[in-house]
Design a protein around this ligand. Structure first.
Ligand code: NAD
Ligand code: TYD
Length: 390
């Protein structure tokens, strides 16, 4: 019975895929003969898969789970870049769709066409400084976009007996700001967001829980600390500063550089997502963090030493580039995650020491100079001038 319905679903999917490519989506599907004759065990929608964390997650899932069909939906905003996924774009279990989570009709059609059974939702506006300049875009994408996906999932899954999951990827910034001596954020910490970015993510988290409590939608949420690694857009602290050190440009340190962040290597984050996706309990929240707090100015000094060494400069000579600038409005002093629930219940822990992760990251940016240059087009230059040169 189950087999027959699987075959029917596959036939429907093939028909819809043909219709679909004529109509709504710009779809890049890779086919091979095997694919036409095998039914994937799961059809997983990953949103925001062309962004920083999303591209690492897509790569992990496509390579590790050849029997899953991975559908990457991304609007390709300034932060989305298909060059991040060159190495998997021709894999038979990977499909890219250019689309907008804010388009509800398109999301409904996507769930039907691809028989989506699980979602890992990362698509978002993600940079705090941009949220201060344009809060509306953050409310639109992060809140309304998430609500669209939740509703499309609810409607698509309501009469189905299959195993479903809506996994929402969120941030530790929803918990607000800690003082230096405060205890770490746990899953029980009260939400207290301060920036438009964190307010929009907090709101989306609430909607996800509301869909679980009201409609019994199977959901799971994770709240992660600051990520770093390859393919991060150079508006965030680490890639921005690597690029500026490389080019001997000023390093704009907000305030006194005393704010504290808990840094996690991006590949450790996506391993945690993999674990939670497969083993996490429905309706639960998991904190993910590196247990790795750094004051900005101390981290910047490590970064400078590493870049200088790898460029053959005297270690520390680029410290002259440090420039203290006006603080970010509403700048949260400290984020720090207690990830013991994830460790105790699911056995996760970060794999890399920070110095090792930073070294790998700096090497990647130095070796992938072309990637860096390509993402810093006209839009980036305008953003940079507006942010740092006015
Ligand atoms: P990113 O900005 O690098 O990528 C976001 C992706 O979403 C881009 O590919 C972009 O094109 C896509 N996107 C934006 N709006 C869209 C829309 N309307 N429809 C479809 N796609 C759209 O972000 P990131 O750093 O990879 O973060 C991914 C997720 O993880 C976000 O939800 C973020 O809140 C969360 N998160 C990030 C961090 C971090 O340190 N970067 C930490 C914790 C949680
Ligand atoms: P960021 O990478 O923007 O992440 P978030 O604000 O989400 O934590 O910033 C990390 C820290 O670095 C934060 O305390 C702000 C600070 N920062 C600077 O001092 N200068 C900069 O140019 C940027 C982008 C960030």
């Amino acid at each position: 019975m189950r087999e027959r319905s699987k075959i029917r679903n596959r036939e429907r999917r093939e028909v819809n895929r043909t219709n679909n490519s004529k109509n709504n989506f710009e779809t890049m599907t890779t086919h091979n003969n095997n694919k036409e004759h095998s039914t994937p065990s799961r059809n997983i929608l990953i949103t925001g898969g062309a962004g920083f964390i999303g591209s690492h997650l897509v790569r992990l899932f496509v390579n590790k789970y050849p029997d899953y069909q991975i559908i990457n939906l991304d609007k390709l905003t300034y932060a989305g870049n298909l060059a991040n996924l060159k190495d998997v774009e021709n894999k038979p279990n990977y499909t890219f769709i250019k689309g907008d989570i804010c388009d509800f009709d398109a999301m409904q059609q996507l769930f039907a066409d691809y028989q989506i059974d699980s979602v890992i939702h990362l698509a978002a506006e993600s940079h705090v400084d941009r949220s201060i300049k344009d809060p509306f875009s953050f409310a639109k994408t992060n809140v309304m976009g998430t609500l669209n996906l939740l509703e499309a999932a609810r409607q698509s899954w309501q009469n189905s007996e299959n195993c479903h999951l809506f996994y929402h990827v969120s941030t530790d910034e929803v918990y607000g700001s800690l003082e230096l001596g405060d205890a770490l954020f746990t899953e029980e910490t009260k939400y207290d967001p301060h920036s438009p970015y964190s307010a929009s993510k907090a709101s989306s988290d609430h909607f996800v829980r509301a869909y679980h409590d009201t409609y019994r939608l199977p959901v799971v949420i994770s709240n992660c600390s600051n990520n770093y690694g390859a393919y991060q857009f150079p508006e965030k602290l680490i890639p921005l500063f690597i690029n500026n050190i490389l080019k001997n440009k000023p390093l704009p340190v907000y305030g006194k550089g005393e704010n504290v962040r808990d840094w996690l290597y991006v590949e450790d984050h996506v391993c945690a997502i993999d674990l939670i996706f497969h083993k996490g309990k429905r309706g639960e929240t998991y904190n993910i963090g590196g247990c790795n707090e750094w004051k900005n100015i101390d981290l910047i000094r490590v970064l400078i030493k590493t870049v200088d060494r790898l460029l053959g400069r005297n270690e520390g000579e680029s410290e002259t580039l440090i420039t203290y600038v006006t603080d970010r409005a509403g700048h949260d002093l400290r984020y720090a995650i207690d990830a013991s629930k994830l460790k105790n219940e699911l056995g996760w822990q970060p794999s890399l020491q920070f110095e090792e992760g930073i070294e790998k990251t700096v090497r990647w940016y130095l070796e992938n100079h072309e990637w860096l240059e390509n993402v810093m087009g006209g839009d980036y230059r305008r953003y940079y001038e507006e942010m740092y040169e006015k």
